[in-house]
Design a protein around this ligand. Structure first.
Ligand code: FDM
Length: 212
């Protein structure tokens, strides 16, 4: 569109293994976009602030046990409960930087052995990211960074399986970033890609749904 009210925001997702640097790069991106005068927000999944999010949080901290399918659907429900707000934000011009999304959902659950297509199904109809930034790091390297908390999935052997599953999810919206570069280099690289995406969305690139 030509006037500022019709300029939509971009849906930008950061994905990667635990300790890949997603979270700190997400907040740097927010600062960067705001500094340029763009309206932007930082989101993350799981969103632990909702009722569903609380159930997920209990599960991740090993305070509750859930069947693998059940927790998978809760992670998906946690995105569905945010879908309409997400669409409103984007349509009113706010760019969303999202730390983990459906790809985490599919990669972590299929790493447990759940069927890939079954894992993808509940994500159908969620908003499709305009850009997925995958912070690529070898599981062994990520583990060396330390700081794995005590949460359920923070174990090297499992992270190796997740890394394999992520590889099967790459599509045209993905940019693979070498997460072992110096932090400032990663930051610069991300800024360039993100700004380009924000401008493309402003020019009227249509929103679409997963999986496309
Ligand atoms: N995770 C995250 C999933 O298994 N499925 C999902 O849909 C999402 C969004 O939850 F180990 C996993 C990934 C990670 C854990 O994530 C919590 P954070 O980023 O550490 O909060």
């Amino acid at each position: 569109g030509s006037n500022s009210e019709s300029k939509r925001g971009a849906l930008i997702v950061l994905e990667g293994l635990d300790r890949s640097g997603k979270t700190s790069q997400s907040s740097k991106l927010l600062t960067y976009l705001e500094g340029l005068g763009h309206s932007a927000e930082l989101w993350r999944f799981p969103d632990r602030s909702t009722n569903v999010g609380q159930m997920i949080s209990m599960y991740l901290s090993n305070k509750s046990q859930l069947d693998d399918h059940t927790i998978h659907l809760l992670f998906s429900a946690n995105r569905w409960e945010k879908r309409s707000l997400m669409e409103t934000k984007l349509k009113t011009g706010t760019t969303l930087i999202v730390d983990r999304y459906s790809y985490s959902g599919v990669a972590f659950s299929s790493a447990k052995g759940l069927d890939l297509e079954w894992c993808k199904a509940p994500e159908i109809g969620l908003l499709s990211p305009d850009l997925v930034l995958y912070l690529d790091i070898q599981p062994e390297k990520a583990a060396e960074r330390g700081g794995y908390g005590g949460e359920r999935y923070e174990q090297l052997e499992f992270q190796k399986k997740v890394a394999k599953c992520y590889q099967g999810l790459h599509d045209a919206s993905w940019k693979i970033i070498d997460a072992c570069q110096p932090i400032e280099d990663i930051e610069k690289q991300l800024q360039e890609i993100v700004l380009d995406c924000v401008l493309t969305c402003q020019k009227g690139k249509p929103l679409s749904n997963l999986w496309s």
